[in-house]
Design a protein around this ligand. Sequence first.
Ligand code: ATP
Ligand code: MG
Length: 185
Amino acid sequence: MIEYPELIKSKYIFVFENKKRTKPKKIDYGRKLWKYKTHYRKTWDHHNFRFGKTKNRKITAESGWSVDEHIELVNTFFPGYILDYKVYKGSIWIDYKIIKGVPASEIFPKTSEFIKKIYRFCVDNYKKTAPFFHGDCTLDNIMVDGDDLYLIDWDRCDLYSEEEVYADLYQDLIRTNIIKRLIYK
Ligand SMILES: Nc1ncnc2c1ncn2[C@@H]1O[C@H](COP(=O)(O)OP(=O)(O)OP(=O)(O)O)[C@@H](O)[C@H]1O
Ligand SMILES: [Mg+2]
């Protein structure tokens, strides 16, 4: 029987058709996340999609990381997370292991102890991957399984300065959640 995956999320992407182009092309709904019974799959509707940081960087046809480079980085920092991947003319897909638990964003109430634990975990993770950094430590991207925490969604993994890392962590974990009034004393 054919298994139809569930479409979880769809987003635009920016890509360069070729190395000579100076302006990126926007592809609406160019990146999709699918949930299968056995894994998650992300698809990008262009083979030139570049992974890595999006902030503090001018994007060019050669900035960031190719899919092969990206896979190598993620396999180093989170072995076993990527199950398989494929690059076609016109598209890419990557399959991920299902990480047990619930996203930290869905845990309530968000006490300051809980946020501190998450912050500590992200700093410890950075210390293991430095000078690389996951680059997108939002609560949506942290899976909580009892006492164990896991970082998913490594698409923005890249080289970051220490200043960028700590500014990002402050923004993504503390500031955003204070503004949303989600942290409780
Ligand atoms: N491998 C996985 N295991 C468990 N849950 C996953 C996995 N991949 C994705 N999810 C679920 O789907 C949600 C979205 O996935 P993901 O963060 O990879 O995509 P995204 O949010 O669209 O990317 P971005 O954060 O760059 O916008 C996650 O918050 C998580 O709940
Ligand atoms: Mg995410």
